[in-house]
Design a protein around this ligand. Structure first.
Ligand code: SF4
Ligand code: SF4
Length: 182
């Protein structure tokens, strides 16, 4: 699907250009209701409990094809239809233009590619995040390659916090942002 599919509503066109809330980039899991656990497992998604003992399924999702959901017309957890990122919320309220929303998605994909270029293999961002946390704790004993990866991952996470996750779902602790900016 492309940006020229103007018959679709804006929210659909944005998601079809994006996909980062399903591929593990934005979040490592998606919350579901207790009543959805069995059906979620039945369709082959990996269910889990969060540290707060909330039911969820792990991301990346196997039903994502490119940036499109292949279970769009079949049963899927309610979060799949209900979740709107900070870009979507602002675009729907008219707080950012369509062009700005697409530009944010494009920027996110560019930053993701930057991170991937600093990785030794085609590692998923969700797994790269574990490596980021491990290496960030190891400062200042990083190799130049490790330092390059940490900086790129930090830039990506900060952008996702600001533009996609929104103020209440930040991944980076405030102290890390402050120290990285000083
Ligand atoms: S992160 Fe936002 S724009 Fe991207 S697929 Fe998810 S809801 Fe859609
Ligand atoms: S079922 Fe579709 S909307 Fe839900 S996480 Fe998977 S790809 Fe995303």
């Amino acid at each position: 699907m492309s940006r020229t599919d103007t018959d679709l509503p804006l929210e659909s066109r944005l998601c079809l250009a994006c996909g980062i809330c399903c591929d593990g980039t934005l979040f490592p899991f998606a919350l579901i209701g207790e009543s959805e656990v069995d059906d979620t497992a039945r369709i082959g998604l990996t269910t889990m409990r969060t540290t707060d003992d909330l039911p969820a399924f792990s991301l990346a999702c196997q039903y994502l094809d490119g940036a499109a959901c292949t279970r769009y017309q079949d049963w899927r957890p309610s979060v799949c239809g209900d979740y709107f990122c900070h870009v979507q919320k602002r675009a729907r309220k008219g707080l950012i233009t369509e062009e700005e929303a697409f530009a944010m998605i494009g920027r996110a994909h560019n930053l993701i590619n930057d991170v991937k270029s600093a990785l030794p293999s085609d590692l998923l961002i969700a797994k790269a995040r574990h490596e980021f946390k491990r290496l960030a704790a190891k400062q200042p004993d990083l190799t130049p390659e490790e330092a390059s990866f940490v900086v790129k991952m930090f830039v990506l996470e900060r952008f996702l916090d600001a533009e996609f996750r929104g103020p209440k779902r930040s991944h980076l602790p405030a102290a890390s942002v402050a120290s990285a900016e000083s």
